[in-house]
Design a binder for this molecule. Sequence first.
Ligand SMILES: Cc1cc2nc3c(=O)[nH]c(=O)nc-3n(C[C@H](O)[C@H](O)[C@H](O)COP(=O)(O)OP(=O)(O)OC[C@H]3O[C@@H](n4cnc5c(N)ncnc54)[C@H](O)[C@@H]3O)c2cc1C
Length: 287
Amino acid sequence: MIPGAFAYHRPKSVKEAVAMLADLGEDARPLAGGHSLIPMMKLRLAAPAHLIDLGGISDLRGIRAEGADIVIGAMTTQHELIGDATLAAKLPILRETALLIADPQVRYVGTLGGNVANGDPGNDMPAVMLCLGATYHVAGKGGERKIAARDFYEGAYMTALEPGEVVTAIRIPVPPAGHGSAYEKLKRKVGDYATAAAAVILTMNGGRIATCSIGLTNVAETPLWAEEAAKGVAGSALDAAAIKKAATAAEAIAAPASDNRGPALYRKKMAGVMVARALARAKSRAA
Ligand SMILES: Cc1cc2nc3c(=O)[nH]c(=O)nc-3n(C[C@H](O)[C@H](O)[C@H](O)COP(=O)(O)OP(=O)(O)OC[C@H]3O[C@@H](n4cnc5c(N)ncnc54)[C@H](O)[C@@H]3O)c2cc1C
């Protein structure tokens, strides 16, 4: 339970952090809230020789509206997402999801950037970002670039980040006013990672689904954007047949492992159940 020795660095700017990561190479890792990385270090599953703490970089904090988007600094904590009035009004799914992550102690320090950059399929925010069509702003030695969340996740703990790059912000297009959203998460107990979870954003027109997007958490090596499942309900009044079609399509792409949350077949079925519940709840919230 004691991590290996490491040197601690606290840069004051993104430029300084990126330069440190470039100089120190593969032995260095960014540190955000530390609530995924430090446990991994204590278990000796990670042993970085240098931790570059992003906590002293004020540019990485804050939530702001920019045109039709909301831009959230990577070091914004999950607790700050819960308390933000702009998000509550325009992107309530972020508050709902953040409240289902861990417990208040974790959420006080765990960050949005750490949650999306970690690459753990059990993290809740990545599927929400796929569902919303978010973009990650990234800075590295070579400059800045943007990566669509839907192109970011490559495998368990493998992402499109190049060595030495940091996520600086998350840009989210605000869904239309009157949209309905829901994040449904099945977990064994409060504070647990998902057995399976689903994020839904939809809009209604004349009692029928006009647009729909669905993301899945912890039912594959990466979060999943369930495009076929969403197509299955488009144009429908979200009757039982349409919900079943979407749930079946979600189950078809789910490829969970058997683990202490249940056998693979059960977790696959639960992906469908979470989609069905999230669709119904999102519809009930749509104008
Ligand atoms: C008891 C417990 C229960 C938990 N339950 C849940 C849960 O139900 N759902 C859930 O989603 N999470 C859960 N977590 C994880 C928690 O949300 C973490 O805070 C989160 O996964 C990582 O955020 P962090 O800021 O702590 O990142 P850190 O732990 O500091 O970093 C995680 C990884 O991301 C990298 N990283 C961090 N920030 C950046 C950045 N800006 N750019 C590039 N790389 C970066 C780090 O190098 C590291 O590899 C739980 C944690 C604990 C301890």
